[in-house]
Design a protein around this ligand. Sequence first.
Ligand code: KMT
Ligand code: NI
Length: 180
Amino acid sequence: MVKAWYMDNDKTDPRAEHQRNPPEFISIEELHRKTGVELFKLDLKTYESEGVLEKIKKDRGYTYEDEITISKECLPDYDEKLKSFFTEHLHADEEIRLVTEGSGYFDIRDGLDEWIRIKVTPGDLIIIPRGSYHRFTLDNNNYLRARRLYEDEPGWLTHIRPADDMACRKKYVEQQKRGF
Ligand code: KMT
Ligand code: NI
C-alpha cells in the first residue's frame, strides 16, 4: 500500500519523512481526488510475464521508455539532478514512473497549495498529471531505480514554478477544482 501524507513546514533535510504532528495520512482515493495522481501496484515477479505493463502502455498510449538509476555512483551530475528534481515544477506531459528498486518521495500540491508527500517503493507505478506542480527526492536510503514511460519520445521539458499561464496548467487547475 502506497502511503501519502500532508507534509510539515520544516525546510531542513528533504530526505526525512516530514510527517505532521500528529500525522495526517491520506488515502489513495483522496489523493486522486485532490491531485489527480494515479497509482498502480505491480507484482515485480510476474508483471512482465503477465503483460501487465504492456497493457497499461497500450491502453494509455505510452510508446517510449527508458530507465533511471538514482544513486551517487550511477547518475551523472547526481547533485545537480537531485536539486532540479526537488525544485517545484510542472510538465506538459504526464510523468510516469515504475519503481523497480529502492524508494523515494514524490511531493505534489493539493488545491490549497499544501504539499502532499507520496512514498514510492518497488512495484509502485505512479502517474503525475500534466500541469501539476510537483517535485521528487530520494529518502534516507539514497537509492531508487525506475522505468520511465512516455507518450512519445521524451521531448519532455521541465517548467519551474511559476508556470501558471501554460494551457496544461490552466486545465489542471480546472480539473482540480472539480475533484478529477
Ligand atoms: C523528474 O523528472 O522529476 C524525475 O524524473 C524524478 C525522478 S524519477 C523517479
Ligand atoms: Ni517532474
